[in-house]
Write a protein that binds this ligand. Structure first.
Ligand code: EPU
Length: 426
């Protein structure tokens, strides 16, 4: 395989404690949902603090293929205009690039009365069904059928004809809640979403929709009420800082025994992580939007469950497991959101970690001296876990398939280098 065709890799020399300051980039999962919301209006949606990640690129390509104008006005400032959307069929090759892309369905269906898409792609971290999205659309009057691999959704009387309803989410799905909320924003009457996801990115989407003229109440609760309106207008929104990225830097600082100031951190939504890090023996100074993370003494084992918000985020599960390889004692981890999030375990074991998994649980014994190895980034967060492990491993670690990490982390190696890490990208 030549350099032109293979995915880039990281080459990491472990051992350097991270020191300095780093600014958190915009949140992937807020930015992606907000980009889909732009399909609800023919006016401009302008998003600032949009992260430079490949998931934003692939969703931009998808929106463009539908007829929207998507352009960066300056770095991080994205304008989307969906005034001339002429296609309501999301191309399969673009839908399969990421999970968020299926959120074009709700807006297209409510505004134009028709939408079609293959199942979404994204990380292979579990079954990732879309039943709650589809049953939500049906409860608002849509018919949903299959045409080969594609889902086809039609509103009963064409554009703007979805009606409100009471939508029970069988699971508080993040993108399911967002999809139904966007569809309900332009439906006739009131939609009540019961067992809604409460993740901060869902809340931010609701605030953007309200800024566009929607009438959403109960934001942040499990009971969201959406009073449909006939028309939504343009708006500008700043993408919130990425809580998973902030958490990853915090774990990296703690793991390497460093001292890092994390700027523009979404401190109020990091409670679960910060509580666990404190129990593990990490020093944390927190301001309104800054965190200073340092560690002098040994790390202690902590057990945790990955849960829907406000529990500890599933996207921090693998990075936390990497940290716990350095902690004294036995830590027990239960993954309660996805059913296949343990892919990182085998990679950490190649580096000498004492970690075993069964089903959706893992047991980590520490501290272990990790050593460099040849490993893979099997998904965006599994990749973060091996990169963190490589920062403390003896010798050189080669991490392949890091294009997965480019989907969710902005210029990660350069920002780690600025903190003193020895990470090269080739
Ligand atoms: N689920 C259902 N039925 C559905 C939808 C989901 O049972 O119709 C179940 C899934 O099987 C899974 C659980 O619900 O067990 C959680 O899935 P959810 O739909 O909440 O996740 P998602 O919307 O696909 C988003 C983020 C993920 C993040 C999860 C959980 C986006 C684009 N992705 O995924 O982010 O892990 O919420 O917080 O918003 C990442 O950033 O690395 C990432 C994977």
């Amino acid at each position: 395989m030549t350099n032109r065709t293979r995915s880039p890799r990281y080459i990491v020399q472990g051992g350097a404690p991270l020191r300095g300051s780093v600014r958190v980039a915009g949140a992937k999962n807020h930015a992606l949902a907000a980009m889909c919301a732009a399909l609800l209006t023919d006016e401009d949606i302008v998003l600032t603090n949009v992260p430079e990640i490949t998931d934003v690129d692939s969703l931009s390509e998808l929106l463009t293929s539908l007829g929207a104008i998507v352009e960066f006005l300056s770095p991080g400032r994205l304008r989307i205009n969906a005034g001339n959307v002429t296609t309501f069929e999301a191309p399969t090759e673009l839908i399969s690039e990421n999970r968020a892309s299926f959120q074009v369905m709700g807006p297209l269906l409510s505004r134009h009365g028709y939408a079609s898409s293959a199942p979404p792609g994204g990380d292979v971290i579990g079954q990732r069904p879309i039943d709650v999205h589809l049953s939500g659309f049906e409860l608002m009057g849509a018919t949903v059928s299959r045409n080969g691999e594609r889902f086809v959704a039609r509103a009963p009387g064409g554009p703007g004809s979805l009606h409100g309803g009471r939508v029970f989410m069988d699971y508080p799905s993040v993108s399911g809640t967002q999809n139904v909320m966007m569809a309900a924003a332009l439906a006739r009457g009131r939609t009540t979403i019961v067992n809604a996801a409460t993740e901060p990115e869902v809340q931010e989407l609701a605030h953007l929709l309200n800024a566009m003229g929607a009438r959403i109440e109960g934001i942040g609760s499990q009971l969201v009420e959406v009073e449909g309106v006939r028309h939504l207008h343009g708006a500008t929104a700043r993408v919130m800082p990425d809580r998973i990225e902030a958490g990853t830097f915090a774990i990296a600082a703690a793991m390497t025994g460093g001292d890092v100031e994390i700027l523009e951190a979404p401190v109020p939504v990091l409670d679960a992580l910060l509580a666990k890090l404190r129990v593990a023996g990490v020093q944390i100074e927190q301001g309104e939007t800054t965190l200073r993370i340092s560690r002098n003494g040994d790390l202690r084992a902590v057990s945790f469950q990955a849960l829907p918000y406000p529990g500890l985020a599933t996207d921090l599960h693998a990075p936390m497991a990497a940290l716990l390889t350095q902690a004294n004692g036995v830590s027990i981890i239960h993954e309660r959101v996805f059913d296949n999030r343990m892919l990182y375990v085998g990679e950490l074991r190649k580096m000498g970690a004492e970690i075993v998994s069964t089903g959706s649980s893992a047991i980590v014994s520490g501290p272990t001296e990790l050593h460099g190895a040849s490993v893979r980034a099997l998904d965006v967060r599994a990749g973060a876990a091996v990169l963190l492990a490589a920062l403390v491993a003896q010798g050189t670690t080669v991490i392949d398939d890091i294009s997965h990490m480019d989907r969710g982390y902005e210029h990660l190696h350069e920002r780690l280098q600025a903190l003193g890490a020895q990470v090269e990208r080739t």
